[in-house]
Design a protein around this ligand. Structure first.
Ligand code: HEC
Length: 146
């Protein structure tokens, strides 16, 4: 092998592989916890809860489903940060506790399509609510969260 070939291998393969392995050592899994469910809103019906579970619970409850790819950096960083920040704004599992200020905006964010986030919907087809499901969720949440 020429010196040039060796250099190319080191720069474009060896160093990236070592970096990828190194970032796995940052212990984000410590933050990937599901604390106990303390209290939920008084759901107006089970359909509302089911829709919220499909589209919101991974980031706004303590019942997060952590998929295998969420263990691998750097995806794990994004997923963990979303959940930590999401729970802080609105947590359906700690209802009536220190309540995030997200409650007021629930209808608005669903209608305008900013929640669930587009990236999340790409990875979770079941969170892709139809127009009528969105409407049902908005009405259900308005009835449940007052
Ligand atoms: C992929 C994770 C994820 C999902 C799924 C998700 N959210 Fe969020 N949500 C977040 C994050 C992260 C924030 C904080 C955003 C910020 O600080 O800008 C947030 C913030 C919010 C807020 C507060 C908005 C504000 O401007 O302060 C509301 C309300 C909300 N989400 C509702 C929902 C509802 C309702 C659903 C389901 C239909 C949902 N979210 C699904 C991650 C998520």
């Amino acid at each position: 092998m020429s010196k040039r070939t060796v250099r190319v291998i080191v720069v474009f393969i060896a160093i990236p592989v070592v970096l990828c392995l190194c970032i796995q050592l940052i212990p984000v899994w410590l933050a990937q916890k599901n604390p106990p469910v303390l209290s939920e809103p008084t759901w107006d019906n089970s359909q509302t809860r089911a829709l919220a579970k499909r589209a919101c619970f991974d980031c706004h409850s303590n019942e997060t489903v952590w998929p295998a790819y969420a263990r691998v950096a750097p995806v794990s960083w994004l997923v963990t940060l979303d959940t930590v920040r999401g729970r802080r704004h609105l947590n359906f599992s700690e209802w009536g506790q220190a309540r995030g200020e997200g409650t007021r905006q629930v209808a608005e964010v669903i209608r305008e399509g900013s929640m669930p986030p587009a990236m999340y919907v790409m990875m979770h087809r079941e969170a892709n609510l139809s127009q009528s499901e969105k409407q049902q969720l908005v009405q259900g949440l308005q009835a449940s969260l007052r």
